[in-house]
Ligand binder design. Structure first.
Ligand SMILES: C[S@@+](CC[C@H](N)C(=O)[O-])C[C@H]1O[C@@H](n2cnc3c(N)ncnc32)[C@H](O)[C@@H]1O
Length: 215
């Protein structure tokens, strides 16, 4: 009965276009693990943008699991809920941790800044035109040797009827090159994980963005 109630509430949220966002505490899942394992073996100082950061669980995972590495974190989410910062305050982070949450306008002044842009569970929530805009932002914000990390859970256990999932086989249709790092959870659910260099992200010219904004 409880389960049915949860599913109904979830469907209601989806239909109101206000789907549940993974909790700040969710850092022991396979997706977080593969992301952290990848970041751990990078040689350069990490300048990370978490695009569509939700409830900041990437930041939480960095704080808990990437203590020995120097990183700077920027979070951006057009629907960011400031009350999320309360959870962060409870962690009482030592001063060496460098993080900020930016609005889009401030973020766009940072072109060529990030060597890692994380796009985790975002693309399945945005429409076709918005996808072009999101990818264009990622391309512009990356530095020349930077990479986009695209993570998704193509088979969401609860399903999201308002959204379109994105699959491994669609990645080569969008990007000119990519490195596939996809895996599975212990229960066999697929975790889509691709590393895409800046030059491999299509350049969506501003004129198209302007036209689509009129639609
Ligand atoms: C399923 S949540 C994922 C949150 C977080 N990345 C995670 O994995 O826990 C999708 C997030 O995408 C954000 N989002 C929706 N449209 C967006 C857009 N146009 N640009 C950036 N983020 C967007 C939502 O606000 C939401 O926080």
């Amino acid at each position: 009965m409880k389960k049915a109630e949860r599913v109904i509430n979830f469907l209601k949220e989806c239909l109101q276009n206000r789907p549940e966002v993974a909790d700040w505490k969710l850092i022991f899942d396979t997706q977080s693990r593969v992301l952290i394992d990848f970041l751990k073996i990078q040689s350069s100082q990490l300048v990370i943008l978490d695009y569509g950061c939700g409830k900041l669980r990437v930041l939480h995972a960095l704080v808990e699991f990437l203590k020995e590495i120097n990183w700077k974190y920027t979070g951006f989410d057009p629907f960011f809920d400031d009350s999320q910062l309360d959870d962060l305050a409870k962690l009482q982070l030592p001063k060496q941790y460098c993080y900020e949450i930016l609005q889009r306008e401030a973020l766009l002044k940072r072109s060529g800044t990030y060597n890692i842009v994380i796009l985790q569970n975002v693309l399945h929530e945005v429409g076709i035109f918005e996808t072009a805009q999101v990818l264009q932002d990622c391309r512009v914000l990356l530095d020349d040797s930077g990479v986009l990390l695209l993570l998704e859970t193509p088979l969401l256990p609860k399903c999201e009827p308002n959204f379109v999932p994105i699959y491994d086989w669609e990645i080569p249709m969008i990007f000119s090159g990519h490195k596939q790092l996809s895996t599975k959870t212990p229960k066999g659910l697929p975790i889509l994980f691709h590393m895409i260099a800046k030059a491999e992200i299509p350049n969506y010219r501003e004129i198209f963005a302007n036209v689509t904004n009129l639609l």
